[in-house]
Structure formats: structure tokens, C-alpha cells
Design a binder for this molecule. Structure first.
Ligand SMILES: NC(=O)c1ccc[n+]([C@@H]2O[C@H](COP(=O)([O-])OP(=O)(O)OC[C@H]3O[C@@H](n4cnc5c(N)ncnc54)[C@H](O)[C@@H]3O)[C@@H](O)[C@H]2O)c1
Length: 261
């Protein structure tokens, strides 16, 4: 039996139809929260999904309002929705750049803006957790649009944290490493390296010697959204098996463990 940290609380998970968002929606519900999902894909009946493309301000506004009405309030927002991009600057055309920025950065902004308005008007305070990435801090050559978009998400989180503090609104980011979700599987199939080998390489980048799971990230999101994190705002929390702690240019480390979670 899990602790019931969110009993009586209402939580909206954006991007909750898949991967990390779906895991978080599930765990929030298991800990007693009333949960609503906003996603461009239809999810399951429970938690209910409000369909919106988060790049469209009108869709975000209307579906956010419906989700909050359905929940009869809002205590926490988790924005997980995002899209990947695996190209260098030369290979990133304008349409790809615009789409990645629109979903990852603008979408996070529009959803946060709706929650900030709600928290301020209702004078309840609240929590927002955004999904950035280790790529916001350390990155690879073929990830230009994605890296830029996640840098924007981390900066957005800090900015909203400062704005929200006087209203009892906490805003934090999680920075996942390589997490075994449909997004990572798509990235593996797009790579020139055979997918299984690529997965092993990604697993080996983490000192803990494995890929992360969607639950690994969801657990961090629940902590940041909970009262136990009541004095934490404006942080970017890596959930990366130690990857960001590795000294650049240091000796190669033979990581142990397995890639299977
Ligand atoms: N998987 C990883 O290795 C990894 C690493 C670092 C960061 N992240 C970040 O974690 C978040 C979740 O990724 P995931 O791995 O669970 O991916 P995923 O593809 O499994 O899930 C992403 C979800 O976002 C939704 N979404 C995408 N575009 C949308 C739009 N325009 N409007 C509404 N919903 C939209 C999708 O429908 C999907 O349900 C993303 O922001 C991603 O960038 C993932």
C-alpha cells in the first residue's frame, strides 16, 4: 500500500497518455489524487483525458478549464508532454525547429500560464512540475532543437518559481536521463546503430548502469508535488542515474548493473 500523500488533491497531468506522464498519472491516482489528463492522444477512460494540442492556446485554455471543472479544483500540474528531435543544426529544417519549440517550450508555457492563473485567482497556492531534460545542461551534437527547447523549459521553471513564490506556488523541473518509454524506442529506431546496441550504449552512460524507467521519473515528480517538498522551488532535479555527476573528460567508468530497470 502506497502512502496517500494526495488524498483530497486534484492533479492535471499534461502528456499523460504515454510514457512518463502515464506513469505519473497512475501513481498520483494510487496515492489518492483525483487525476485528469490533457493530451493530444485519447487515453483511457480513467483517468479521463481532455484532448488538446498544447501548441494551440485556445485548446489549452478550453481543455484546461474543462479538466479543472471536472476535478472541482487544482492542486498540482505536471507537464510531461514533449517531442524528440535528433538532428544537427544543418539537418533541422524550420518546420522541425518550430514544432519542437512549440510543443516543448510554448506548450509548457501555455499549460503553466493556465495553472498560474488558476492558483492566483483561487488563492490556494499549488505546485507545478515541468519536464526538462539532462540535455538542458549537457548534450550531444544531433539534438539542437530539443536541447534548445529544454533549456527554455528549465529557464521557464525558474522564472515561474520566482513569480509564484509570493502566491504560494512552487515550480520545479525534473531532468530525466535516458528513460525507457515510447519516445526512447522511437529515438533508438531512428538511429544508425541497431536499436538493442543503442539502448545498451544509453544504459552505459548512467553510472547506475541502466536506463531509467518512467516510474523512476514519476516518483521524483510526486515528491516535488507533495507537501514534503514544501520548501523546494526553482530547482531542476536530475533523475539520471548519476549521469550529470560524471567529470567531463574523466577516465572511462566501467558501470555495473543491467539495462533492464
Ligand atoms: N524518454 C526519455 O528518455 C526522456 C529523457 C529526457 C526527457 N524526456 C521528456 O519527458 C517527457 C515525456 O516523454 P516520454 O518519454 O514519456 O515520451 P512519450 O512520447 O512516451 O510521451 C509524450 C506524450 O506527450 C504527448 N504530446 C506530444 N505532443 C503533444 C502536443 N502537441 N499536445 C499534447 N500532447 C502532446 C504525446 O501524445 C504523449 O502522450 C517529454 O517532455 C520528454 O522530452 C524524456
Amino acid at each position: 500500500m502506497r502512502p496517500q500523500r494526495f488524498r483530497g488533491r486534484s492533479v492535471v497531468v499534461v502528456g499523460g497518455a504515454s510514457g512518463i506522464g502515464a506513469a505519473a498519472a497512475h501513481l498520483f491516482a494510487h496515492e489518492g489524487a483525483a487525476v485528469a489528463v490533457i493530451d493530444r492522444l485519447s487515453g483511457t477512460d480513467e483517468p479521463p483525458t481532455f484532448r488538446a494540442d498544447i501548441t494551440d492556446p485556445a485548446q489549452v485554455e478550453s481543455q484546461f478549464a474543462l479538466a479543472v471543472d471536472h476535478l472541482r479544483g487544482l492542486d498540482a500540474l505536471f507537464v510531461s508532454a514533449g517531442v524528440e528531435s535528433t538532428h544537427s543544426s544543418a539537418d533541422t529544417d524550420f518546420a522541425e525547429w518550430s514544432h519542437v519549440m512549440a510543443v516543448n517550450a510554448t506548450g509548457a508555457f501555455l499549460c503553466s500560464q493556465a495553472a498560474m492563473r488558476h492558483f492566483k485567482e483561487s488563492r490556494t497556492g499549488g505546485s507545478i512540475v515541468l519536464t526538462s531534460s539532462t540535455r538542458a545542461e549537457i548534450t550531444v551534437p544531433d539534438s539542437v532543437a530539443y536541447t534548445a527547447s529544454k533549456g527554455a523549459v528549465s529557464a521557464l521553471g525558474r522564472s515561474l518559481a520566482i513569480e509564484g513564490a509570493a502566491h504560494g506556488i512552487r515550480v520545479n523541473c525534473v531532468l530525466p536521463g535516458a528513460i525507457l518509454t515510447p519516445m526512447l524506442l522511437r529515438e533508438a529506431s531512428a538511429s544508425d546503430t541497431p536499436a538493442a546496441e543503442q539502448m545498451s550504449r544509453w544504459a552505459a552512460m548512467h553510472p547506475l548502469g541502466r536506463l531509467g524507467t518512467a516510474d523512476d521519473v514519476a516518483e521524483a515528480v510526486l515528491f516535488l508535488s507533495s507537501e514534503a517538498a514544501g520548501f523546494i522551488t526553482g530547482v531542476s532535479l536530475p533523475v539520471d542515474g548519476g549521469m550529470m555527476a560524471v567529470e567531463p573528460g574523466g577516465p572511462p567508468i566501467a558501470y555495473g548493473g543491467s539495462a533492464s530497470g
